[in-house]
Design a binder for this molecule. Structure first.
Ligand SMILES: [Zn+2]
Length: 148
């Protein structure tokens, strides 16, 4: 079992190891570390592997976890977007987001699907999804420029 706390120590040790100009991958480093620790019987003890590293060299603030690649490249804007409800010419409700408008196309309880209101008929597949009036999904892959 690898405790998360211990896991971070390994990463810290690895980063220091890299700083020394050594180019071991983290995975190999872990194997080497495990090997070394099993030989010296340090595995299983509560001894901190970074105990002998100066306090000023330790990394105290780990960088925050990055989104996975599948999230980063899913063509979905994850930044807060300014959206608003606007009335359509026909008196219906549209959602306006980044100069594009979306028509309610289907509804299932609190879930709604909205399609590009200007070009859905021209093959635009841009859609957005709301849950209780909050945008929870957006595929803004319009095949046209924003209507003016
Ligand atoms: Zn569109």
């Amino acid at each position: 079992m690898v405790l998360p706390q211990f896991d971070m120590c390994i990463n810290n040790a690895w980063l220091l190891h890299r700083r020394d100009g050594k180019k071991t991958s983290l995975k190999d480093f872990r194997f080497e570390l495990f090997d070394g620790l099993s030989k010296s019987n340090r595995i299983g003890t509560n001894q901190n592997v970074t105990d002998d590293i100066g306090e000023n060299l330790k990394i105290h603030k780990p960088v925050s976890v990055r989104p996975t690649d599948s999230v980063r490249f899913d063509n979905t804007g994850h930044l807060p977007e300014a959206a608003e409800y606007v009335a359509s010419k026909e008196g219906g409700t549209l959602i306006k987001l980044n100069d594009f408008t979306y028509n309610l196309s289907s509804q299932n309880g609190p879930k709604s699907k909205w399609q590009c209101s200007t070009h859905a008929a021209h093959g635009c597949h841009a859609v957005l999804y709301t849950f209780n009036n909050v945008i929870v999904g957006l595929k803004d892959l319009h095949n046209h420029a924003a209507p003016t």
